[in-house]
Design a protein around this ligand. Structure first.
Ligand SMILES: Nc1ncnc2c1ncn2[C@@H]1O[C@H](COP(=O)(O)OP(=O)(O)OP(=O)(O)O)[C@@H](O)[C@H]1O
Ligand SMILES: [Mg+2]
Length: 261
């Protein structure tokens, strides 16, 4: 276990609120979240369907704008940035891993991985070695020239992770990265993410949404969302910490409280 106490703050939210629609059709997806996440933390977000997990992650990554409240990324108030400045922060500092992989079928594995560098105008001789090294890191050195259709689900997700790592981001966002994988393959993807998070020369912050309590690992900070609010925030340090979560990741003592109200 690495001690997170003295690490700098990477993300801070201030009374974050996100509403969709208006009037009679108003959906209050995020209802006031104040949280601090440090560089190097591995944060797992649990909660039932519709509790606001994806919305929360999109707000943190600057993919969506809050209705009220603020997101600070590395001390920068994202609401003060132009679209171009925001795009640059996302490109340089935030890697995103998707549930359905989002690979381009017409590109090989290595071409998919280097795509963000292509967008950033890196010449091929510079981006190719970086992409190949990352494919090696995720265990896919020999599949660089294969197209997504020739890869298994787990291999596709490894390509997705390598692509998310290409800019050496401070933050990796992963919304249900194991949702399309069988349990054993998903476990290997989690092990890979933990390994990246623990890399002493890097320590990226990882924020991962999951439905699956079995994907939690010791050392993770576990946030539980319900109705757009964080109803529980704890570190998973010992096996008995796991026992309090039900199948949706809601701590049983809180389920009990909800039933009373
Ligand atoms: N673009 C949108 N327009 C309107 N409502 C939305 C939009 N996106 C999300 N919502 C609503 O906001 C709430 C939170 O959605 P969100 O996708 O964040 O939930 P989630 O916890 O990620 O759910 P799941 O586990 O099913 O992925 C839901 O009630 C959803 O219907
Ligand atoms: Mg979601």
């Amino acid at each position: 276990m690495i001690d997170n106490e003295n690490l700098p703050i990477l993300i801070q939210t201030e009374h974050l609120i996100k509403e969709y629609g208006s009037g009679g059709t108003l959906v209050r997806a995020i209802r006031g979240i104040d949280i601090t996440i440090k560089q190097g933390e591995f944060v797992a977000i649990l909660g039932k369907s519709g509790s606001g997990k994806s919305t929360f992650v999109s707000l943190i990554g600057g993919l969506e704008q809050p209705t009220h409240g603020k997101v600070y990324f590395d001390g920068i108030d994202l609401s003060t940035l132009t679209e171009d400045q925001l795009a640059e922060i996302r490109l340089k500092h935030i890697g995103i891993v998707f549930q359905h992989f989002h690979l381009l079928e017409s590109l090989t594995a290595v071409e998919n991985v280097e795509l963000p560098l292509l967008i950033a105008n890196y010449p091929k001789h510079k981006r190719r070695p970086i992409a190949l090294e990352l494919l090696d890191r995720v265990g896919l050195k020999d599949r660089a020239a294969n197209y997504p259709a020739e890869l298994s689900g787990g291999e596709k997700q490894r390509v997705g992770i390598a692509r998310a790592l290409i800019s050496h981001p401070k933050l990796i966002l992963a919304d249900e990265p194991t949702g399309d994988l069988d349990s054993a393959t998903g476990d290997k993807i989690i092990d890979l993410l933990v390994d990246i998070n623990q890399d002493p020369s890097w320590r990226p912050t990882i924020i991962m949404v999951t439905h699956d309590v079995s994907k939690l690992r010791k050392g993770m900070r576990v946030l539980t969302l319900s109705d757009g609010k964080i109803i529980d925030d704890r570190h998973f340090l010992k096996d008995s910490d796991l026992e309090i979560f039900d199948q949706f990741g809601v701590p049983s003592e809180i389920v009990g409280m909800e039933q009373l109200t």
